[in-house]
Write a protein that binds this ligand. Structure first.
Ligand code: BES
Ligand code: ZN
Length: 624
């Protein structure tokens, strides 16, 4: 019933650069009833947030962004106020349709920040908020020159997912709320600014940059990077940005990115965002990659020198469909973003490097899933695909479950309906839901009336309920062929039975074979055995961050101290939480290790992102 009412309210706006029509903010869920997002305090369900004009100055000395956000709105339900999300922002003034207006900034709510109330009329078209960011802006990482690769200039980057956009822009900050934007960004002399938008490739002579994003996106995809940045083209629609001292290495690493975009398009249809560029950030970037539209942000820890970690780019690129084009309606539906993207990432890698390669990604993912279920507990509700994050930090949902249980669920569907049919279904899904948001329930209903129509046998086989609304790993979870790993396993067994490490056959092993080799070593492996491996394979000096991190963890566990100087070097500049948390976590397991963790953390905490600091404070300082 409600569905029909809602469809009646839909407002269609045309989308400048793309061939799809899109819909404004709160009305996008034509397939569902109104979705309540527990992580926004805004009233975008009454007021459409159509467009943002952002006009800001980036002050590297003060570590502050100051300026104005002007929202073009449509007060669809005649609300008497506009409510926006803010986090640690100081609000200087507000104007409504060009006239000064009053405002009220509420007290801070845990995790969510402070609601900003602005009186409006039914006819109000524009609301301007002048503001400054605070010291606790969770989205912002300000780097001093020595924290960058080239060590010459300061750097700023943002990380807005999941609910941190509100700490640098007053906005309606929910994944179900979309808007277009323009931005004017003034930066210190000689620095470049880039956004999730149409980007410059050269320095501006006026130190001011102008951006447009004319396809509607949610706030978590708002992004900004400012620093000494240069650009190199890959092909006519792809390229890479990095600090000048890194640019050649990055260009080499990303040789295949142009081909990757073509491959993705062949699988699931037109790439909707124009250019696809990647920026390699300084090492403090807290995550592996972030799918900011038109400009993926990524960690330098994937620049291994041998192109062996580029599947991370396939992942972020895949989000151009799953996530950026069709977006999870709330963070409870996060698997619709990440599970689809992991599945899609592996399909891209299979197309590019073959099934043997993608099977390794699937198997390592399966191992991560098993470990995560053990970690969360086999009956934990946090192991359901549909999450329940109300009243909690949405980061609590950032586990391997949405990624791995999600992608394995899709793989199961593929196996049951056949690849061709599943691919056609997915292409249609992306096309018909482009620039919309979707809940888990709406997705299941859509699948029920399309792919699974008249397919009761398949439905029985899938046991969808167990996957989506049940804990742990369902019994029908698919596994892939283990051919390449079986060989690795046999080499490991030989070593454990006394074959000298140098006599093992390891030629042409990729990162993934090495990970399998090391992950499955017995936990009780001794320092003496690690030394034999280290001397043969020089893990302690590897430039491969995935292998290095695992090696340091194993060394700490066994009390093998030779790699400790290399480990300290790693901890001094790598800010990726995925690496830091397990490594510090391993140290925290013994009194001696705890001392080491505390000493190292005290020394290097300042180099980490506020979000990494938050989780490591809990782990190491037992704070919060
Ligand atoms: N969108 C995520 C990153 C994210 C999720 C940030 C939720 C904040 C909250 C991104 O696409 C991602 O999944 N990155 C992974 C890499 C990927 C290859 C699994 C990462 O950063 O490790
Ligand atoms: Zn992702």
């Amino acid at each position: 019933m409600l569905r029909n009412v809602l469809v009646g309210l839909l407002i269609i706006i045309s989308c400048g650069s793309c061939h799809w029509k899109s819909k404004t903010a709160a009305t996008q869920n034509e397939d569902t009833t109104v979705v309540k997002d527990a992580h926004t305090l805004s009233n975008a369900d009454s007021v459409d947030m159509q467009h943002l004009d952002l006009d800001i100055v980036v002050d590297m000395d003060r570590k502050q962004i100051a300026g104005a956000a002007t929202w073009t709105i449509n007060n669809r339900k005649a609300a008497t106020q506009l409510i926006l999300d803010t986090y640690d922002l100081s609000i200087d003034s507000v104007s409504v349709d060009g006239k000064p207006a009053s405002f009220v900034l509420d007290k801070q709510v845990k995790y969510l920040g402070s609601a900003l109330h602005i009186p409006i009329r039914t006819s109000t078209k524009s609301v301007k908020v002048s503001y400054k960011t605070g010291k606790n802006a969770r989205a912002l990482q300000w780097l001093d020159p020595q924290q960058t690769h080239d060590k010459k200039h300061p750097f700023l980057f943002t990380q807005s997912e999941s609910i941190y956009a509100r700490s640098w822009i007053p906005c309606a900050d929910g994944p179900g709320i979309r808007f277009t934007y323009n931005a004017h960004v003034k930066v210190p002399k000689g620095l470049m600014a880039l956004m999730s938008a149409l980007n410059p490739q050269e320095l501006s002579t006026t130190d001011t940059y102008y951006f447009t994003m004319d396809s509607p996106i949610p706030a978590y995809l708002m992004a900004l990077a400012v620093g000494d940045i240069s650009f190199k083209s890959i092909d006519e629609r792809t390229g890479v940005y990095a600090e000048p001292g890194m640019i050649e290495k990055c260009r080499y690493e990303f040789e295949d990115v142009g081909r990757m975009v073509n491959t993705a398009e062949q699988l699931y249809g037109h790439y909707a965002w124009g250019r696809y560029d990647v920026i390699v950030l300084p090492p403090g970037f807290p995550i592996g990659g972030m799918e900011n539209p038109r400009l993926t942000f990524c960690t330098p820890t994937i620049i291994a020198g041998d192109r062996s970690l580029v599947s991370l780019i396939a992942h972020e690129l895949a989000h151009s469909w799953s996530g950026n084009l069709v977006t999870n309606a709330t963070w409870d539906d996060f698997w619709l973003n990440e599970g689809f993207t992991d599945y899609f990432e592996r399909r891209i890698m299979e197309q590019m490097l073959g099934k043997g390669y993608s099977d390794m990604l699937w198997e390592l993912g399966y191992q991560d899933l098993v470990a995560e279920v053990n970690n969360l507990g086999a009956t934990s509700k946090d192991t359901w695909l549909k999450l329940d994050l109300k009243g909690r930090d949405p980061d609590a949902g950032l586990t391997d479950i949405p990624y791995e249980k999600g992608s394995h669920f899709l793989k199961l569907i593929e196996n049951n309906v056949g690849r061709d049919q599943f691919d056609r279904f997915l292409a249609k899904y992306f096309e018909s839901h482009a620039f919309k948001t979707i809940t888990t329930e709406a997705f299941l209903a859509y699948m029920d009336t399309t792919l699974l129509k008249d397919a009761d046998d398949v439905k029985k086989e899938l046991n969808i309920k167990a996957w989506v609304y049940g804990p742990g790993i369902p019994a029908n979870c698919p596994r892939v062929d283990q051919d390449r790993f079986k060989f690795v396993d046999s080499e490991r067994t030989k070593f454990l039975h006394g074959t000298p490490a140098a006599q093992l056959t390891t030629v042409d092993w990729t990162t993934h074979e090495w990970l399998q080799f090391l992950r499955k070593m017995p936990t009780a492996i001794t320092a003496a055995q690690l030394k034999l491996l280290d001397d043969a394979f020089m893990f302690r000096t590897t430039g491969n961050s995935e292998i290095a991190d695992l090696w340091f963890i194993m060394s700490v566990r066994a009390g093998y101290t030779t790699p400790y100087p290399a480990m300290e070097q790693f901890l001094s500049n790598v800010g990726r939480r995925k690496f830091l948390e397990p490594l510090y976590g391993e140290m925290m397991k013994t009194p001696q290790g705890t001392e080491m963790a505390k000493r190292l953390y005290a020394k290097y905490r300042g180099n980490y992102h506020p979000l990494a600091q938050e989780s490591l404070d809990k782990l190491i300082l037992k704070k919060g």
